[in-house]
Design a binder for this molecule. Structure first.
Ligand SMILES: [Fe+2]
Length: 287
C-alpha cells in the first residue's frame, strides 16, 4: 500500500506528559513534518496554553517544513534587521555558535534572560526552536515561569505593578552588550512601553514582562527603574520558577513568550563543539 504523504495528516493520538511541575510537557507520537488537522491543532494549542512550553520529541523538519508547521499557529515574525544575512532563509533564524569560517567560535549568544521580540509593539507570541546539531552534553536552554513570578509577589506589590509600564528597547539592549547600532536599526525598532504585569491575551493571567530588552520604567527615574527591573528579574528567575531543558536529538520546542523568559546556558565547550538550531517566531498582539 502506498501512502500519499502530501495529504496524510498527523495522528490525533499523540501523548502529552508533564516534564516538571513548574512548566513544560513532552509531546510524543506526532510527526510535525505532516500537515495537522484542526482537531490536532486545537489539542496542541490547548496543551501549549496549559504547559507554556511543549517539547516535541523525535522530529526532523527541514526549514520549509518548520515554516509550514509554524504557520499553522499564526503569523510568522520577521527578524530584526541585523539577523538578516545574505543567502539565509528569510523566515528561519539560525541559532548557532559557528563563526564565518564554519567552525565553533566559542561564543554563545542569548545567554541573558529575555522574551523574544519584547521590544516590538506586538511582541512575539511563541518561538519554535528545532535542534539541528547538539554538543555532546550541555547547551541547555532555561525557562522562567513569569505567571508564577507575578503570583508569588505580595498583593500590595502586584497592585502597584499593575499601574506601571516598562519600556523594552532594542537600542538599549544592544548598547548593554557593547554594540553600537545604526540609525536604521533604531528606526526599525523604536522603544516600546508594555505593562510590566502584562495580561496574557488568551488565558487572562498576568505575567511579569521583563528580560534583557527591559530598559527602564515609564515615568520613573532611569536608574531607580532599572534597579527595580533587576530586582524583579532576580525574583523571577529563582530556581523554583525555572525549568532547565537538556536537549535531545530531534527535539523541537515551542514556548509562550508572553509568560516565559528564556536564556541559553553556555554550559558546554563552545569553542570545540557546534550547537546549531533553527528558530521561527509567531507574532503576538500589542498591549
Ligand atoms: Fe531567544
Amino acid at each position: 500500500m502506498t501512502v500519499d504523504t502530501a495529504t496524510k495528516t498527523a495522528s490525533e493520538a499523540f501523548t502529552v506528559t508533564p516534564l516538571s511541575d513548574i512548566m513544560a510537557a513532552e509531546v510524543t507520537g506526532i510527526d510535525l513534518a505532516q500537515p495537522l488537522d484542526q482537531a490536532t491543532r486545537d489539542a496542541i494549542q490547548e496543551a501549549f496554553l496549559a504547559h507554556q512550553l511543549l517539547v516535541f520529541r523525535d522530529q526532523k523538519l527541514t526549514k520549509d517544513q518548520q515554516v509550514a508547521f509554524t504557520e499553522q499557529f499564526g503569523t510568522l515574525e520577521r527578524h530584526a534587521l541585523t539577523n538578516i544575512t545574505p543567502g539565509a532563509h528569510p523566515l528561519v533564524h539560525m541559532v548557532t555558535n559557528l563563526g564565518a569560517d564554519g567552525k565553533p567560535s566559542g561564543v554563545v549568544k542569548s545567554t541573558r534572560w529575555h522574551s523574544d521580540k519584547s521590544f516590538r509593539e506586538a511582541p512575539s507570541m511563541a518561538s519554535i526552536l528545532h535542534a539541528v546539531t547538539l554538543p555532546p552534553d550541555g547547551g541547555d536552554t532555561c525557562f522562567a515561569n513569569m505567571y508564577r513570578a507575578y503570583d508569588a509577589l505580595p498583593e500590595a506589590e502586584r497592585t502597584e505593578l499593575d499601574t506601571i509600564k516598562v519600556v523594552h528597547s532594542w537600542p538599549d539592549s544592544r548598547e548593554n552588550i557593547g554594540r553600537k547600532i545604526s540609525q536604521a536599526e533604531i528606526d526599525d525598532a523604536p522603544p516600546q512601553a508594555h505593562p510590566i504585569a502584562r495580561p496574557h491575551p488568551e488565558t487572562g493571567r498576568k505575567a511579569l514582562f521583563l528580560g534583557m530588552h527591559a530598559a527602564y520604567l515609564d515615568g520613573v527615574d532611569r536608574d531607580a527603574g532599572l534597579a527595580r527591573i533587576e530586582q524583579l528579574e532576580a525574583h523571577s528567575t529563582q530556581d523554583k520558577f525555572v525549568y532547565r531543558h537538556n536537549w535531545c536529538q530531534g527535539d523541537l520546542l515551542m514556548w509562550d513568550n508572553r509568560c516565559l523568559l528564556h536564556r541559553a546556558d553556555p554550559n558546554f565547550d563552545a569553542a570545540a563543539h557546534p550547537r546549531v538550531m533553527h528558530r521561527t517566531c509567531l507574532r503576538g498582539t500589542p498591549t
